[in-house]
Design a protein around this ligand. Structure first.
Ligand SMILES: N[C@@H](CCC(=O)N[C@@H](CSC=O)C(=O)NCC(=O)O)C(=O)O
Length: 291
C-alpha cells in the first residue's frame, strides 16, 4: 500500500497473520531527530477501501519500537479484529545530551511520553507532543485511506502504560479506549517518576501533577471512559512500589471513573506476561472501537 507522505521511509515489511508488520522512519520536527515507528496493517486493510480502528501501543523503559512487535504476539489478535496498530519509539534518538545514556530509567529509551520543561532536555524531549500531535496527525494523513479517525485507542506497558493513561486523560476524546499493562500509575509518588520528573520538569511540583494519571483522573471531565489496568502480582517493580495501581484505582473510585484492575497471580513484568494477556486487551479495545 502506498502512503501519501514524502517524509516517510519504509524500513521493513514482513507478512504475519495475513497482514503486514512494517517499520517506518521519519524526521520529527518536535524531537528534532529521525524516529522509527512500527505499523501493523491487518489483512482487512488490503485494497485500502475500508476504514479500520487503530490502537497505539507505547513501550516501556529500555525499549525501541521492536520489543512489542517481536515479543508480544499481538498481530494474531489485531488480524482477528481488523485493527491497525502503531508503536512509537520511547525517546528521541541520535541526539547527544550530557547524561542521556548514564542510566536505563532516564534519557535515551526513557522519554516518559511527556514534554520536558527543563534544559537541556526541553529542546528534544517532547514525546507528549510528538505522540499526541505530530505522529497522530502524520498517521491520519499518511494512512487516510485505511485509518478511521473516530476509532482510535491506546495501550502501553510500564512507562508506556503511564503514557497511555496520561495521553488519554490530557486529551479528552482523542483516544476512545485505553488499557495498560503494569503501568506507572502515580509517578509523582514512585522513585522512577520522581527521578524522571525532577530531570525533565524541574522542581516545580505543580508541573508534575499535569503528567500523573492518578492526579489527572481526579479532574477528568471528558467523555465517559473505562480504564483497564493489568498487573502481575509477582512483578518485582510492583512489589518495589514503582507502579502503585491501587493509588489510581482509589482516585478513580473517588470521582466515579470506572476502572478494572486485573491482578494476575504469579506473573512478572516481562513480555511473557504481556503476551499471555494481550488478546484480552484487544478484545476490550475492539468492544469499544467496534461498537
Ligand atoms: N534493565 C532493567 C529492566 C528493564 C525492563 O524491565 N524494561 C521493561 C519496561 S520497564 C518500565 O517501563 C521492558 O519492557 N523491557 C523490554 C523487554 O523486551 O523486556 C533492570 O535492570 O531491571
Amino acid at each position: 500500500m502506498k502512503t501519501k507522505m514524502e517524509n516517510l521511509e519504509q524500513v521493513s515489511s514482513n507478512k504475519i497473520f495475513g497482514g503486514q508488520q512494517r517499520v517506518y522512519s521519519h524526521e520529527s520536527s518536535e524531537l528534532k531527530c529521525k524516529m522509527n515507528f512500527s505499523l501493523y496493517l491487518p489483512p482487512q486493510a488490503e485494497g485500502g477501501d475500508v476504514k479500520l480502528p487503530v490502537i497505539y501501543y507505547l513501550s516501556g523503559l529500555t525499549c525501541t519500537e521492536q520489543n512489542f512487535i517481536t515479543k508480544s504476539g499481538f498481530q494474531r489478535y489485531a488480524a482477528e479484529h481488523g485493527i491497525i496498530v502503531i508503536g512509537p519509539d520511547t525517546s528521541p534518538r541520535g541526539v547527544k545530551i550530557d547524561g542521556d545514556d548514564e542510566s536505563w530509567d532516564f534519557g535515551v529509551s526513557a522519554g516518559f511520553y511527556l514534554d520536558a520543561a527543563k534544559e537541556p532536555w526541553s529542546k528534544n524531549y517532547r514525546m507528549g507532543s510528538y505522540l499526541n500531535t505530530e505522529l497522530y496527525d502524520l498517521i491520519l494523513k499518511a494512512f487516510s485511506n485505511v485509518v478511521d479517525p473516530d476509532r482510535i485507542g491506546i495501550m502501553g506497558h510500564s512507562m508506556g502504560g503511564h503514557g497511555a493513561l496520561v495521553s488519554t486523560l490530557r486529551n479528552p476524546g482523542q483516544y476512545k479506549s485505553v488499557s495498560a499493562f503494569a503501568p506507572i500509575c502515580n509517578p509523582t509518588a514512585c522513585p522512577w517518576g520522581v527521578k524522571a520528573f525532577n530531570g525533565y520538569l524541574g522542581e516545580d511540583k505543580a508541573k508534575w501533577v499535569e503528567w500523573d494519571a492518578t492526579e489527572l483522573v481526579k479532574k477528568y471531565e471528558g467523555p465517559p471512559l473505562t480504564l483497564l489496568i493489568d498487573q502481575g502480582a509477582a512483578d518485582k517493580f510492583y512489589i518495589e512500589k514503582q507502579l502503585l495501581p491501587e493509588n489510581l484505582v482509589e482516585a478513580c473510585r473517588s470521582v466515579g471513573v470506572p476502572v478494572i484492575l486485573n491482578l494476575r497471580e504469579g506473573y512478572d513484568h516481562s513480555y511473557y506476561y504481556i503476551s499471555s494477556f494481550i488478546g484480552e486487551h484487544f478484545d476490550f479495545h475492539a468492544k469499544i472501537l467496534k461498537a
